[in-house]
Design a protein around this ligand. Structure first.
Ligand SMILES: [Cu+2]
Length: 166
């Protein structure tokens, strides 16, 4: 009897702390579909006239098979591409990943400045700080996954590097 009570209390507390966490405005949002979890999807404000925006997030694959992000879609952009930034002859350069971005079984991949990222191309309007941008992610062989990018400044992130060069 006592044990049951304790475990009920514990699960109640867990539910409460999850609710509390989700009610905090700046906290990382988490999305889960099948074995894929998306953490802290975010984007950056764009100056007027900028043709592209970015999409960053952490992708966890909790499954025992690799998953591949092959496409994305958002109402604010004409096209979403999956890019990586690489060093080429001593210069940083970004290039599309034609086969998508694969996350191996049990692994985590972080989309962030100067690394993997989504490009929101043919932006239809500037993205403003504080805005929430809906984004549909398509992993190969999975149902589309709806997430929200929080538009925020770089300052909120540990990296001080600027990514405005595209
Ligand atoms: Cu890019």
């Amino acid at each position: 009897m006592t044990h049951r009570k304790v475990s009920l209390l514990a699960s109640g507390l867990t539910a409460f702390s999850m609710l509390a966490a989700h009610s905090l405005p700046v906290l990382a949002a988490e999305y889960q579909q099948g074995d894929v979890a998306i953490e802290h999807p975010w984007s950056r404000p764009t100056p007027p006239g900028t043709p592209v925006g970015v999409g960053y997030m952490t992708i966890h694959n909790h499954g025992d098979q690799s998953v591949t992000l092959v496409a994305g879609e958002t109402p604010v952009a004409g096209q979403v591409s999956i890019h990586e930034t690489v060093m080429h002859d001593g210069l940083m350069k970004m290039q599309p990943l034609p086969d998508g971005l694969t996350v191996s079984a049990g692994e985590t991949v972080v989309l962030k400045p100067h690394s993997f990222h989504l490009m929101l191309e043919q932006l239809k309007r500037p993205l403003a700080e504080g805005e929430e941008v809906p984004l549909t992610l398509q992993f190969e062989g999975m149902e589309p996954m709806e997430i929200i990018l929080q538009v925020q400044q770089m300052d909120a992130m540990p990296s001080k590097m600027d990514h405005s060069d595209h």
